[in-house]
Write a new protein. Structure first.
Length: 121
């Protein structure tokens, strides 16, 4: 019996256009069921998005419990409803990633961050 890989804790950020805050919050208060299902099917758990009203930064943190993050993110990009969701939310955001095109293509939309400290219970 093989042991499952340990979960990975990941964090990312992107900037939200100030004029989109209300709509962004409304969308995330009522996330489409197909998007939530895709997130779960792609091995993401404990997913949160925070907003900083001074910088306009959205900060996301989540746990990845799968064994192939890249493959799972490609799988997520294949879901039609996820791609539709990204079309809407990308238009509300400004990516800090050099060369970013959209969540669907390019080097990524949200900028990954390095964890420098973690205190577990």
């Amino acid at each position: 019996m093989s042991t499952p890989p340990p979960e990975q804790r990941l964090a990312q950020f992107v900037r939200l256009n100030p004029s989109a805050l209300k709509k962004y919050k409304e969308m995330h208060a009522n996330v489409w069921p197909e998007v939530l299902l895709a997130i779960r099917e792609c091995n993401i758990r404990d997913y949160s998005i925070f907003y900083d009203d001074i910088s306009g930064v959205l900060f996301a943190t989540f746990k990845y419990v799968g064994s192939d993050y890249k493959a799972d993110m490609q799988k997520m990009a294949g879901y039609e409803k996820v791609r539709e969701w990204w079309d809407i939310t990308d238009g509300m955001q400004e990516s800090p990633v050099i060369g970013a095109v959209s969540s669907k293509e390019g080097p990524g939309w949200w900028k990954g961050m390095e964890e420098v400290f973690y205190m577990k219970e």
